[in-house]
Design a binder for this molecule. Structure first.
Ligand SMILES: Nc1ncnc2c1ncn2[C@@H]1O[C@H](COP(=O)(O)OP(=O)(O)OP(=O)(O)O)[C@@H](O)[C@H]1O
Ligand SMILES: [Mg+2]
Length: 500
């Protein structure tokens, strides 16, 4: 094994937020020319350690050496000046600005006369995006593009900024497999040119594909750093992440899944020939009471738009919908909710209140169901406490501000608040995004429980494991149309991917 030069050496790093110990005595070493993956459960401390390296958190205990010299960054700008760039877990692009402006955010090139050099900006942006396989008009407003493209634009800004230490905190959550493939090619090129890359992900398969080294965190401590080699597999990693077996989830990751639909259950949702120009075409589906229909497809295959249409958030051009046998025009969300449909959107950020405590966030979804008079703060706290327990949300308590939770734990709050009552039809869009293996399993249990109480459930996800571990029947979408349906048979991940 080659022992390349150590770029970064962190020793005995500890960091607390109030009473919460996010990191305890962590040692971490990053070498030149390696891709180093960080994995661990939601709230394990991954983002916190990275924010220390990138100058976001300047208060911490312990030592940090960069190329053998002690450093202590007071700002992200200072870290960047030392060649350290980070793509954060939460997208930090500016949707109101153009693609080119986002690529050059904070570092716009200037002409010899000191004016912004728009021409070279456009050229540079085009070239950088092309490396990630994107052919984009640099002057389009970024916010108009799909979220996956926005994520690629953000990645390109840091990847090609000249930083020699590149930190990517869950960079693939909104990308399709071909986009991930191109990203990985860029990462390998950057690595082979001598840069160092830190890659945080809950997709362990991706980690095993791309990383040279892997460091596992549990509860603010480092468990182990190990070279990625044939004796390391997903089960090996999961064991060290969680410390206990998760057989059910493992089987949906690795083996065949048997699909079985309930017989003779009544149909609660039926769509006939739904079309929306540019998004999806001629989609027909049924969901029965006590059944989970999974819709799988790559990012951008029209599945998210379909979900929106079924909840009245987007108008469809053609087709008809029946809920519980009654024809419905779902022309707005109030109609859909009135017909008994509930919907958990994929972008839960916008529906959460980051400056409010957890208990305010979990009660919002049920406010109009329970009498507002009844909902005294104590009752709200009791509901929140139940959620925290059911989904193992890592937090000091119901009073903690949502914005201070780790990324995955915020996602859990976003999902939990919708899972408290029994609608006729429940539409879940990307219910497990950003969650660790254990949390995914918790979501699976809760959703199955709702199904067993007779709710008809539609799960839309770009994560094959999520669809395979939840669905009783699976529809696959490709470029806006239903390409295949799987029912009453066994199916493997390979077959599912091949249909998409
Ligand atoms: N600004 C903050 N204020 C208070 N607590 C915080 C803050 N940032 C992080 N924490 C806490 O520190 C712990 C570690 O969080 P961190 O964001 O590092 O986790 P993570 O490993 O990145 O998890 P995830 O996979 O969910 O993103 C969590 O308990 C979190 O609630
Ligand atoms: Mg994180």
């Amino acid at each position: 094994m080659s022992e390349a030069a150590i770029r970064l050496k962190m020793s005995h790093i500890s960091k607390s937020f109030g009473g919460v110990e996010a990191l305890r005595g962590v040692d971490f070493t990053l070498r030149r020319g390696e891709i180093h993956a960080l994995v661990g459960e939601n709230g394990a401390g991954k983002s916190t350690l990275m924010k220390i390296i990138a100058g976001v958190h300047s208060g911490f205990d312990g030592d940090m050496l960069l190329d053998g010299k002690p450093v202590h960054f007071r700002s992200a700008r200072e870290a960047l000046a030392h060649g350290i760039g980070m793509v954060h877990q939460e997208l930090s692009v500016v949707p109101q600005l153009t693609v080119a402006e986002n690529v050059y955010l904070g570092v716009q090139p200037v002409t010899g006369f000191g004016a912004v050099d728009w021409a070279s900006m456009a050229r540079g942006a085009r070239e950088q995006l092309k490396k990630l396989g994107l052919e984009l008009d640099p002057w389009i407003t970024l916010g108009e593009l799909p979220i996956g493209i926005q994520q690629l634009v953000e990645l390109s800004r840091v990847l090609f900024s000249g930083a020699s230490i590149i930190i990517l905190d869950e960079p693939t959550s909104a990308l399709s497999p071909p986009e991930i493939e191109r990203l990985f090619r860029s990462l390998r090129k950057l690595r082979d040119a001598g840069n160092s890359i830190i890659f945080i992900s809950h997709f362990l398969e991706d980690v095993l594909t791309i990383a040279d080294q892997i460091t596992i965190f549990r509860n603010g401590r480092k468990v182990v750093t190990h070279a990625v080699s044939p004796e390391i597999d997903k089960a090996w990693i999961i064991q060290r992440m969680i410390g206990k077996g998760h057989e059910e989830l493992e089987s949906s990751y690795l083996g065949d899944v048997a699909l079985a639909s309930p017989k003779d259950a009544k149909t609660v949702l039926e769509a006939q020939g739904l079309s929306k120009a540019g998004s999806f075409e001629d989609v027909s589906l049924t969901v029965r009471s006590g059944e989970i229909l999974g819709i799988y497809g790559f990012m951008g295959c029209g599945q998210i738009e379909l979900a929106r249409a079924l909840f009245g958030k987007m108008k469809y051009d053609k087709g008809s919908v029946r809920v519980d046998g009654v024809a419905r025009r779902l022309s707005n969300t109030a109609h859909a909710a009135g017909a008994g449909i509930a919907y958990v959107p994929e972008s839960r950020r916008s529906m959460l209140f980051h400056h409010e405590p957890i208990y305010k966030n979990t009660s919002i979804a049920i406010l109009d169901r329970l009498s507002k008079l009844w909902l005294k703060p104590d009752a709200e706290r009791a509901i929140a406490a139940k959620h925290i327990e059911r989904l193992s949300i890592k937090t000091p308590g119901t009073e903690a501000l949502l914005g201070n939770l780790s990324g995955g734990n915020q996602q859990k709050v976003g999902v939990a608040k919708w899972l408290t009552f029994l609608p006729k039809v429940l539409i879940l869009s990307e219910p497990t995004r950003g969650m660790d293996v254990g949390a995914k399993e918790d979501v699976v249990k809760i959703v199955r429980n709702l199904r067993d109480q007779g709710v008809g459930i539609l799960v839309i996800s770009t994560e094959p494991e999520t669809v395979l571990s939840l669905a009783d029947r699976i529809m696959v979408m490709r470029k806006g149309i239903v390409s295949q349906e799987f029912a009453n048979e066994t199916i493997s991940k390979d077959r599912l991917l091949a249909a998409a």
